[in-house]
Design a protein around this ligand. Sequence first.
Ligand code: PLP
Length: 396
Amino acid sequence: MSEKMQAYIDEAESVLLHTYNRYQIVLDHGKGVHLYDMDGKEYLDFVSGIAVFALGYGNEEYNQALKDQIDKVIHTSNYYYNAPAIEAAKKIKEVSGMDRVFFTNSGAEAVEGAIKAARKYAYLKDGSTDHEIIAMNHSFHGRTMGALSVTGNPHYREAFEPMIGNIRFADFNDLESVKAQITDKTCAIMFETVQGEGGIYPVHEDFLRGVRKICDEKDILLILDEIQCGMGRTGYMYAWQKYGVKPDIMTTAKALGCGVPVGAFLLNEKVGAASLVAGDHGTTYGGNPLACAAICKVMELFEKEHVLDNVREVSAYLEEKLDEIAESCEDIETRRGSGLMQGLVFKKPVGEIITKALDHGLILINAGTNIIRFVPPLIISKQDVDAMIAILKECI
Ligand SMILES: *Cc1c(COP(=O)(O)O)cnc(C)c1O
């Protein structure tokens, strides 16, 4: 490592709050599926900023769209209309089949909005303020207090108790476990369609259908968190579309702006018409013209570059190659995942392999201590998969 890069890292540790154990590189710029550090070293990126940079780095059309919007206006506040937000909302509605859009600045904020919409919907029905939400063990929904309250990982929550009240936890993909938590106060059941941080667990179709049925029978709202698994990652624009089981409320973020911080929560007409109204919820930045110009261009490029087709084709190849490694390596338990959201489950911690990969010019990330997570840009090719596999084999 150059002295310059080391100096930057030392400086970072003296000014930034140490909430991350960062890898020892300073990233400088990117091109396609590659990132480059300050010393000019190239890395093949199989993380994409944690499932964010779906279109790869340095996409000229995307960059130009942002530059154009910057020259027009970046921010106006939500007291006025702006064309990019209207276009972005129309597009999201079209690809999701949901009816109402509220833009946020992050995933966690989208989760906050989803919780508020669900509580308000229930409140308007019976006027009571003790409704319950069922969330899943091993879930991850973000770091703000509301999102943390529905995150099923005590390790993230403990020091920050008390959480918001009336949250019950059930086991993901276990319908009986969910049923056991339902009371006459239940207003929503929420989960990630593919659990990400918790270990790359795709939802089982019968579980999803089973929960939807219970929700329909009892007028409980189904909230799906598509922040990581949405936006094409599974080969469907939103992961639930594979099963046609539609949520009442949905969250989206990460790849939505492909790097510009933006998220959204979406409501179906039933919830949209009977929950949040003027004065109930707001945000200064959410859905500003710059963020929404990014969304518009992302949506356009997804279509133009046939991103979903690429995900389906390349993910089948990635699965095949990861399965080969899993079979040939004693330390690996299994491979699981959906589309370009894959996990290689080891019998031991994977930190060392990830650090080694970085030395070899490959960016990987874990999901929990024993799982290597693969969430590359959605534009990767089979050759990129081959290049990744070759480095990974060396590091294992
Ligand atoms: C990343 C993530 C969040 C939180 O998003 P932030 O933008 O980090 O606040 C919420 N839910 C899921 C499933 C995520 O993967």
